[in-house]
Design a binder for this molecule. Sequence first.
Ligand SMILES: C[S@@+](CC[C@H](N)C(=O)[O-])C[C@H]1O[C@@H](n2cnc3c(N)ncnc32)[C@H](O)[C@@H]1O
Length: 200
Amino acid sequence: MNKAQRKRIIDRHSDSLKRYGYHPNALYWSNKNIQEIRFAVLTEISVASGDSVLDVGCGFADLKLWFEAQNIEVDYTGIDISPDLIEVAKKNHQDTSLFVGELHDGQFKARSFDWILLSGALNEPYQDKGKYTKKIIKEMYRLCRKGVAFNLLNANAVKAFDLQSFQPNEILEFCQTLSPECKLRTDYLDNDFSIYMFKP
Ligand SMILES: C[S@@+](CC[C@H](N)C(=O)[O-])C[C@H]1O[C@@H](n2cnc3c(N)ncnc32)[C@H](O)[C@@H]1O
């Protein structure tokens, strides 16, 4: 992503945080239920206690709370491009590894995680025919030991100038060029789809 796109995302979340405070609306989720349906679908890839998880575009790190509520004890790390959101996340979750930046800024060059999850962090309009999104998917898959689960907006339901959406099967086909075992989920919200990619 270029500097202007990065600034736009940071500024948008800075403004929404001022407006809504610690609330799903500050993340552009319409409500907590919608946020948690996405968490549930992603973690059904089979994240279990004892696993390490990297949450890309973690926002307030609410996924960590969700794991705790399910009694799934994971070694959680989060990264988000917004310094303002990470500041709140750090207050809410002391002693948790939380980073500001993009996935390939270099923080994780020498690390790997069992699972890498991403919810809602690839909905910004990059106007690049999916190039940035595919780069992130590729990097998540490279860094995981067990697998990757992410969601995107479904182009069959969402067409907006300020959001990025995709045809589910096109993304699935791309993922299948990287992983021998992929699964597409379109069974939970009309606007959204999720993909699981497993490491052999
Ligand atoms: C819709 S919110 C979802 C936050 C969190 N995943 C959740 O569901 O609670 C999207 C988040 O992704 C972050 N984000 C957007 N693009 C990103 C990128 N390229 N790299 C890292 N974070 C990004 C935003 O700052 C925002 O916190």
